[in-house]
Design a protein around this ligand. Sequence first.
Ligand code: MSP
Length: 478
Amino acid sequence: MSMHAHYITTAISYPNGKPHLGHAYEAVLADTLARHYRGEGKEVRFVTGTDEHGLKIFQKARDEGITPKELVDRESEGFKRMLEALSVKPDRFIRTTDEDHYAEAQKLWMKMVEAGDIYLDTYKGWYCVAEESYFDEDELFAVENGYVSPLGNPVEWKQEESWFFRLSKYQKQIDDAMHGGGMTIKPPSRHNEVRRMVEAGLRDISISRTTFDWGIPVPNSPGHVMYVWVDALANYLTGARDEYRNWWPASNHFIGKDILKFHAIYWPAFLMSAGLPIPREINAHGFWMNDGKKMSKSAGNVIDPHDLIDLYGSDQLRYYMLESVSMADDGNFSHEKLITCVDTDLVNSWGNLVQRTCSLISAHCDAWPTYYSYKSIVDDRLIENVQTYFTLAQFSNAIAEWQKGVYRCNQYIDAKAPWNLVKVDRGAAIEVLAGLLDTIKVLNKLIAPVVPNAAAKLNDYLNGPLAKPTVLFPRIGK
Ligand code: MSP
């Protein structure tokens, strides 16, 4: 894949219930980067979806008295509806129960077999169903009647025949990959976390299960299904193929910080074993919290993104999530902060600027003035900075830089006071307004990846016949 093509993914979510704000956030991160590159005319493929096998799904379906397939058919629809409501537009919504995915996962498995990296043994140890993850005893925390994972989820003892993957063989190669060898892990705090895990030593891992059958069959091994993380990670290869080409390797895997080990250690090792290129960049974001705790179904503190979209609008939610936290940090959800953020930035600063400028133009001109440029108000440096921050997936910085542009426009319009100037020197006033209009066009294009609907609406208006403006962002607070 050329360096000018971008294959962007999110983690695929477990469809064992409704999506929450954390899932919405990750989808918006990836969609924003995809829209940014598309806006620059780059080739982009963006894939997201659902992770439908494994014990967690199997048990949830059993508890509800339905089949796992019925459960995932029902719940994956909820994830699709969320994307729609957020204006997140993937090129493919992948489900790990899709037929082509079975073939892709089995192909990956066979390549690892051919490399001599898979062997049969017995797994004896702890397993956490909530995280679909194995743990060593020294990683666990003792509680009253057993142990819990570092995230506080229950673990159970397992002993079963299992295929193992020679992860230990890849310790040095992973270390090299992340130190100048083509795999960047961001932000730096997450890079360091992975480095520490690699330095602590990598042990071979169990990659098949025999005690249930809700998974992809291991080739030539009756009774074994693939460990759900092998199956799930392989989705990135399945999703890379469209009708015309294979987009692999990924340019950006967007994931949460809890699944770093799987993406930054297991995944490159599987790919190295299979002789495939490794992902170029892993972007690990923090958590959305509610009441000081990670938002999750098990904690019972989830926020439904649809509720927020109904209350505030989807562009508004996207803007708030990207503006208010940087990827390295956790975000504590707050209605008050969302309202202040939207009313301050989108309503007062941006919306009002557009309103003032376009109202004056429509009052004093017959057509859109075209003969003046943004250069008297914002410089190319500012524009480049916004673009660079998007490319670095530093969205809160991109937005902060964009805000500077809006601020300069507001300063400029206040200083020039075209509403007074027009009374004494109409030509000069229209020059001011034309410069502002051009700057608004530039700023609108820059922020479009974050607020795609408002940007499209404004763009249509500015490219149509001159008319009075309508409100871009309604005020949501009092
Ligand atoms: N199915 C696995 C991922 C497989 S990827 C090959 C999984 N699913 S998940 O549904 O639990 O989480 C999906 C994504 O949402 C993960 O990246 C996870 O970190 C993210 N989030 C889940 N809860 C979150 C918050 N409270 N805040 C932000 N994102 C979090 O893991």
